[in-house]
Design a protein around this ligand. Structure first.
Ligand SMILES: Nc1ncnc2c1ncn2[C@@H]1O[C@H](COP(=O)(O)OP(=O)(O)OP(=O)(O)O)[C@@H](O)[C@H]1O
Ligand SMILES: [Mg+2]
Length: 276
């Protein structure tokens, strides 16, 4: 579990994070959403320790990263996987060499063990027979999958993904979301995802933090978001007229279901109703 306690951050006289407190839970996709400039990337950089806080704390399993010894910080870094915006693969390295890089850097495994682990994770993200290819020779969706394989190669306890779907078509985005969700559940990872993607929010938002102008404005699940009455959140999520109508229909349907008189025992409540 990662906990942010009263985190504040300014650049010069501009405050970009105003007293953020939030918990990122294990085995869940913890989504940070919000318009461009709302502070998502700064918050993520602070969580990974790439940026320091002005005040407040970031706790990993109760331990403040600002107070960790160099040794503990190194151990923590080995438990963190990161999927960067734009994949950030090394162009001059093959797929295999890219995924092997963290194993070369942080482990003493033999070459045979490393190859076995690389093939295991490439297989997990459904990449086959591409070990010898260079990033320029594979598609954007494949690059994301290779980057995801690299992010999980060290069996991370924490996985950070900054805009994992940027530049992908909606179908490929769903494949990536599904993979991240499966891996998160399978290995009980604390996954934090920055996203603008409406599909990601609806499909994989176990726990969502909505940022607005550097403040945490709303927090809840993908089901609860449909019923939120926050004006800015609605404008952000249900930006198109179509989505606004879909939301209204879902809310109406939920209300109708709640008002239908029933005979006998009440039927089990479905998890989701309406369009969402
Ligand atoms: N190193 C920096 N120096 C000064 N200002 C910065 C720095 N990094 C971020 N900012 C400012 O902090 C604010 C939040 O930026 P951030 O990158 O976190 O937004 P974001 O929510 O990730 O946006 P996007 O959706 O466009 O990625 C912005 O106003 C940005 O200009
Ligand atoms: Mg960002």
């Amino acid at each position: 579990m990662i906990e942010l306690k009263d985190v504040r951050k300014s650049f010069g006289d501009k405050t970009v994070l105003h007293s953020i407190s939030a918990i990122m839970e294990p085995g869940k996709n913890n989504l940070i959403i919000g318009t461009s400039g709302s502070g998502k990337t700064v918050m993520m950089k602070i969580m990974i320790g790439l940026m320091s806080v002005d005040s407040g704390q970031v706790l990993y399993e109760g331990n403040d990263i600002a107070r960790m010894s160099d040794d503990d910080l190194k151990k923590l870094r080995n438990q963190i996987g990161m999927l960067f915006q734009g994949s950030a693969l090394f162009d001059s390295k093959t797929v295999e060499q890219n995924v092997m890089f963290p194993l070369d850097m942080f482990t003493n495994k033999t070459r045979r063990e490393k190859i076995r682990r690389v093939n295991e994770v490439l297989d997990r993200v459904n990449i086959k027979e591409a070990n010898r290819k260079f990033p320029a020779e594979i598609s954007g969706g494949m690059k994301k999958r290779v980057a995801l394989a690299r992010a999980i190669v060290l069996n991370p306890k924490y996985l950070f993904c900054d805009e994992p779907n940027s530049g992908l078509d909606p179908q490929t985005s769903l494949v990536i979301d599904k993979l991240i969700t499966e891996i998160t559940k399978e290995f009980n990872i604390t996954t934090v995802i920055n996203t603008h993607d409406m599909n990601t929010v609806m499909e994989s938002g176990d726990h969502i933090v909505y940022m607005h102008q550097g403040r945490k404005r709303w927090e809840g699940s993908s089901h609860e978001i449909v019923f939120s009455e926050d004006k800015d959140l609605n404008a952000f999520i249900f930006a198109s007229e179509f989505l606004q109508k879909a939301k209204e229909m879902t809310v109406l349907e939920e209300q109708a279901q709640a008002n239908v008189p029933t005979q006998g025992p009440a039927p089990a409540k479905p998890k989701r109703r309406g369009i969402f």
